[in-house]
Design a protein around this ligand. Structure first.
Ligand SMILES: [Zn+2]
Ligand SMILES: [Zn+2]
Ligand SMILES: [Zn+2]
Ligand SMILES: [Zn+2]
Ligand SMILES: [Zn+2]
Ligand SMILES: [Zn+2]
Length: 504
C-alpha cells in the first residue's frame, strides 16, 4: 500500500474490485519458458492439504541446558574411557579429535589403537618420543630440580611444576581450553584436563578453564552446537547435523545449525557467507539505493512506502505499480512476473574490461536491491503483525468475537513473514547460480513465489486497512476465504522451491 508522503493513513484505498489485476494471469500460459514449466503448479489445488503435512524444512532438534549437555557428554566419556581403559580426561581428548563419534572410536580401538591415540595427540608418534632423560633439569627454565618435582606427559618432555603452572595460566587467560599442549618445541601432545586443574592457582581460573573446556567439547561435537545468542548457555542437539533451522528455547534466536548464521535456505552455508561478505565489502556502493521515497511513475507525486507490499497504488491517481522497478503492476501477474530476473547482457564477454566491470556491478546491485528490499519489507510487515495483534486484543476485550474469529489475520501475517524470509534468501542463491536450464527453473519458481507473496501481502494489508477504516464487521467471509487460499498458494510455492533447490 502506498500513501502520499504526508503519511495520512486515511488515504488508503480499499476498493475490493481494484486488486483483481493483481492476481490475474493464473490461467494465462503465455510465458517464454519451456512449455512444461507453466504447468509446474497444476497440482497446487489438489494437494495443498497433503502438502501441509510435509515441510522440506522440518528439522528435529532439542534444546539442552548446561547440565543436560554435560550429562550427554559424560555418557560418551564413560563409554570411551571404559572401552579404551583410559582416564576420563584422556577419553575426552580422543572424543574431541573424533568429533564425539563413539562408534568410530570403538572401531578404531579394535583395528589401530596406538595409531588412534597418536592421531588424537595423547601419545607421541612412534620414533618421536625422546629417550627418557636422567637429568633432573627443567626443559624451560633449565633449573635443576628434584626429579619428583618434574612433570611430563607420555612424550617424557620434563618441566618443573612452576613452569607448567605459568604455561597453563597464560593459556587459560588467553581463552584456551582443550588446546593446552606440551611445552617442548615440535611436540603437540595435548595436556589432559586432570593435569591442568591442579596447576591453576585460583577458583576463578579453574572456572574459566571449565567454561572453555565445555565450549570446546560442544564445538567439537558433531551433533551439538552452542546457541550463538549473547551469553546464552543453551546447547542445541540434533541427530543429523545439517544446515537446518533451529530455534533456541532460551533466547528465541533462530539460526542455521551448521554455520550458526541467520537461517538461509535455499542458499547453502558457504554461499551465504560469501554473499554477506560481499555485501559488507560493497556497502559503500550499495548505500545510495536505500531510498525510502520514490515518485509515482504516472503522476509524479512523492510516494512513501509504509508497508511491506511491493505492489503499490498511488493514492492520488490510483495507478498500480511495482515499488522495485516502477513498472506497471499489470506486468507483474504471476505468469509473467519478470521483476526478480536479471537479464544478463550476452555480449559482455566481448567488451572492454571497464564495460565488464560495469555489468558486474549492475548485476550485483540488481540482486542486492531486491535482497535489501525484502529485508525492509520484513521489518514493515513485522509492524503490521504487531498492529494486527493489538487489534485482535482490543476486539476480544470489547467482546467483538473471540481470538479464534480473528486468528486467521495473525496466521496470515506469520505465514507472510515466513514466505518473504525464504524469498529474500533466494537472491544470493540466484546471484551465484551458473546460467543454464536449472537457473531458468529456479528463476521461474522465484518469480512465482515473488508474485504470490506480493499478492498475499496486498490482501493482508487490505484486510488490515479494513480494520483501520473501522468497518464494523471487518472482512467479509469471502475475503477471509480469499486470504486463506492465497496463504495456501504462497506456502505451496515456497515449499516447492525449497523441495527442488534446497539441498542441505
Ligand atoms: Zn622450569
Ligand atoms: Zn612433549
Ligand atoms: Zn539461545
Ligand atoms: Zn548454514
Ligand atoms: Zn500517481
Ligand atoms: Zn517490478
Amino acid at each position: 500500500m502506498s500513501v502520499v508522503s504526508d503519511g495520512n493513513e486515511g488515504d488508503i484505498c480499499t476498493n475490493s474490485d481494484e486488486e483483481v489485476e493483481g492476481e490475474g494471469g493464473e490461467e494465462d500460459e503465455e510465458d517464454e519458458e519451456p512449455g512444461d514449466i507453466p504447468n509446474y503448479y497444476d497440482d497446487v489445488h489438489d494437494d495443498v492439504e497433503l502438502q501441509d503435512t510435509y515441510d522440506p524444512e522440518d528439522y528435529q532438534f532439542t534444546c539442552l541446558s548446561y547440565w543436560e549437555s554435560q550429562r550427554v557428554l559424560a555418557q560418551d566419556v564413560a563409554i570411551v574411557a571404559g572401552a579404551l581403559k583410559v582416564t576420563p580426561a584422556v577419553a575426552k581428548l580422543v572424543l574431541v579429535h573424533f568429533r564425539w563419534q563413539v562408534s568410530v572410536i570403538l572401531d578404531r580401538y579394535k583395528s589401530s589403537f596406538l595409531q588412534m591415540l597418536c592421531e588424537a595427540r595423547v601419545q607421541p608418534s612412534a620414533g618421536r618420543s625422546v629417550p627418557y632423560s636422567q637429568s633432573p633439569q627443567c626443559g624451560v627454565c633449565l633449573q635443576l630440580v628434584r626429579k619428583d618435582f618434574l612433570l611430563a606427559l607420555s612424550c617424557q618432555h620434563s618441566f618443573c611444576k612452576a613452569c607448567w603452572e605459568q604455561h597453563c595460566t597464560v593459556l587459560v587467560n588467553e581463552g584456551t581450553g582443550i588446546g593446552i599442549s606440551c611445552m617442548a618445541q615440535d611436540c603437540s601432545l595435548r595436556v589432559p584436563e586432570d593435569l591442568v586443574f591442579p596447576l591453576l592457582s585460583s577458583e576463578d581460573l579453574k572456572d574459566r578453564y571449565r567454561r572453555y573446556l565445555f565450549r570446546d567439547h560442544v564445538e567439537s561435537h558433531a551433533q551439538l552446537q552452542l546457541c550463538p545468542g549473547p551469553d546464552c548457555p543453551i546447547v542445541i542437539q540434533v541427530q543429523q547435523p545439517r544446515a537446518g533451522r533451529v530455534k533456541c528455547r532460551g533466547c528465541s534466536q533462530e539460526f542455521c545449525f551448521k554455520c550458526l548464521q541467520m537461517y538461509h535456505a535455499p542458499t547453502d552455508c558457504a554461499t551465504v557467507v560469501r554473499w554477506l561478505t560481499k555485501c559488507a565489502d560493497d556497502s559503500e556502493t550499495a548505500n545510495y539505493i536505500s531510498a525510502h521515497t520514490k515518485y509515482c511513475p504516472k503522476c509524479n507525486i512523492c510516494i512513501e512506502k509504509n508497508g511491506g507490499c511491493n505492489h503499490m497504488q498511488c493514492s492520488k491517481c490510483k495507478h498500480d505499480f511495482c515499488w522495485m522497478c516502477l513498472g506497471d503492476w499489470k506486468s507483474h501477474g504471476s505468469e509473467y512476473y519478470e521483476c526478480s530476473r536479471y537479464k544478463e547482457n550476452p555480449e559482455v564477454t566481448n567488451q572492454s574490461q571497464q564495460a565488464q566491470a560495469r555489468e558486474a556491478l549492475k548485476k550485483y546491485l540488481f540482486y542486492f536491491e531486491r535482497w535489501e528490499n525484502h529485508n525492509k519489507s520484513l521489518q514493515l510487515e513485522a509492524q503490521t503483525y504487531q498492529r494486527i495483534q493489538r487489534k485482535i486484543q482490543d476486539r476480544v476485550m470489547n467482546n467483538l468475537g473471540t481470538w479464534i474469529d480473528w486468528q486467521y489475520m495473525q496466521n496470515a501475517a506469520m505465514l507472510l513473514a515466513k514466505c518473504r524470509y525464504t524469498l529474500q534468501y533466494t537472491y544470493p542463491y540466484a546471484y551465484y547460480m551458473e546460467p543454464g536450464p536449472r537457473k531458468k527453473l529456479f528463476e521461474y519458481q522465484q518469480a512465482q513465489l515473488e508474485a504470490e507473496i506480493e499478492n498475499l501481502s496486498w490482501k493482508l494489508e487490505r484486510a488490515d486497512g479494513y480494520e483501520r477504516a473501522g468497518a464494523a464487521g471487518g472482512m467479509s467471509a469471502t475475503d477471509q476465504g480469499d486470504l486463506e487460499i492465497q496463504m495456501h498458494i504462497a506456502e505451496h510455492h515456497r515449499r516447492t522451491l525449497l523441495k527442488d533447490f534446497h539441498d542441505t
